[in-house]
Design a protein around this ligand. Structure first.
Ligand SMILES: Cc1ncc(COP(=O)(O)O)c(C=O)c1O
Length: 414
């Protein structure tokens, strides 16, 4: 017999982390809606807490006992096992939101006096955390352009010897610029000292886990708003952090104490959504291609922002070819004019929904300047490369012919 093939992620996500015989033979994982778990014996409770608080090392083959749903739960554990399949991560931690994942991971790594370098522009909530909250705790946060070269990043890290984290969001929200992940890795390695590693974090929400796998490119931790493609149906809020098991265990300890754990219902829903994640992302991408074509050829559109397009510039095209296997289903564009002209398009669409968020099966349209990125100053937004004429689209699974018709009519009407 020939050797058994290594199963692909699309197969593993139906199998990993679940033994039907431990759940009455249920073919799919049941929902464990419970806040607490019963110990067989007092000594089992003692041993479970010793492990949870790091008072002893895990024994060979020992899996942490279930204690309390803020710490762990079968639904979150099954999901955490399964989601690692695409990114090739050793471990994952589920959170109550993408911001829960981002803030808990940053708080695990950073202490007063440390510096975090972050790619700019960045999602508005992350921006608030970096520009407002972390500095109040004595952590310096320094932006750099999303498409920065290795030399630029190296110079910045050298100017900030306290650098402990290089934080990337790629593609950048909403300008769709890619960051150079291997360059960030090399800079981090050169700045790392014994006992003082520099960690590369990356928010992979827009393209991952199907079209971008940054752990393979050198990132230490990959972060997601699982509210987006993982959930995929605009009906839940959740987050994920993935990376080396030793680090994810530390992040889980932060999660337990900060209370940023998700709940069993949400974990169950995401587990169900995993089966169609690849299909959804591929079809949403195909639908987006139709809209990108329309936008690039429409007289009312000044510029399109989408990974891999020539108008993103030669370096961006090269980064896309090196780092991504697709361009995804989020696209931004500038109309001629300003906010008034953009609003006319936003108010004229009929099938697309005027709402923030992305990655769901319905097409969403929004205005980054006054909505998702409202908290940045006008100068910060212009400096980061977007203005009031920009519109961001997250393309869903409607018939693409209807979407093209809808957008073309809205642009014509404006
Ligand atoms: C790129 C990106 N990262 C993180 C987040 C935050 O995720 P959540 O809303 O699940 O907290 C968002 C939300 O829109 C996002 O777009």
């Amino acid at each position: 017999m020939s050797e058994r093939r290594t199963p692909s992620p699309q197969t593993l996500i139906f199998e990993k982390g679940y033994e039907p015989q431990r759940s009455e033979g249920a073919a799919v994982p049941p929902l464990f809606r419970t806040s607490t778990f019963i110990f067989k014996k007092a000594v089992d409770g003692k041993r479970a807490f010793e492990l949870a608080y790091g008072l002893r090392q895990r024994e060979q083959g020992e899996s942490p006992a279930l204690i309390y749903t803020r710490v762990n739960n079968p639904n979150s554990e099954i999901l955490e096992d399964r989601v690692t399949a695409w990114d090739g991560a050793e471990a994952a931690a589920l959170f109550s939101s993408g911001m829960g994942a981002i803030s808990s991971t940053c708080l695990t790594l950073l202490r007063p006096g440390d510096t975090l370098l972050f790619s700019d522009p960045i999602y508005g909530g992350t921006e608030y955390l970096f520009r407002k909250l972390l500095p109040e705790f004595g952590i310096r946060t320094v932006p750099f352009p999303a498409g920065a070269t290795e030399a630029e990043l190296a110079a910045l890290a050298e100017a900030h010897p306290g650098t402990r984290v290089i934080y990337l969001e790629s593609p950048a929200n909403p300008t769709m610029e890619l960051c150079d992940v291997p360059a960030a890795r090399r800079v981090a390695d050169r700045r790392s000292r014994a006992g003082r590693p520099v960690t590369v974090l990356i928010d992979n929400t827009f393209l991952g886990p199907i079209f971008s796998r940054p752990l393979a490119l050198g990132a230490d931790v990959v972060l997601y708003s699982a509210t987006k493609f993982f959930g995929g149906h605009s009906d839940l809020v959740a987050g994920l952090a993935m990376g080396k098991a030793s680090f994810i265990n530390a992040v889980r300890a932060t999660r337990t104490i900060m209370g940023s754990m998700s709940d069993p219902d949400t974990a169950w829903l995401i587990t169900r959504s995993l089966g169609t994640l690849q299909l959804r992302m591929e079809q949403q991408q195909a639908n987006t291609a139709r809209l990108v074509e329309l936008l690039r050829n429409h007289a009312r559109v000044k510029r399109v922002y989408y990974p891999g397009l020539a108008e993103m510039g030669a370096r961006q095209v090269a980064l896309w070819k090196e780092q991504c296997s697709g361009a995804g289903s989020v696209v931004s564009f500038d109309v001629h004019g300003g906010e008034a002209e953009a609003y006319r398009v936003l108010d004229a669409v009929r099938h697309m929904r005027l709402a923030v968020s992305l990655g769901g099966i319905e097409t969403l349209i929004e205005h980054p300047w006054s909505m998702t990125h409202a908290d940045m100053t006008p100068e910060q937004k212009l400096h980061a490369g977007f203005g009031p004429a920009m519109i961001r689209l997250s393309v869903g699974l409607e018939d693409p012919a209807d979407l093209v018709d809808d957008l073309a009519r809205a642009l014509d009407a404006a």
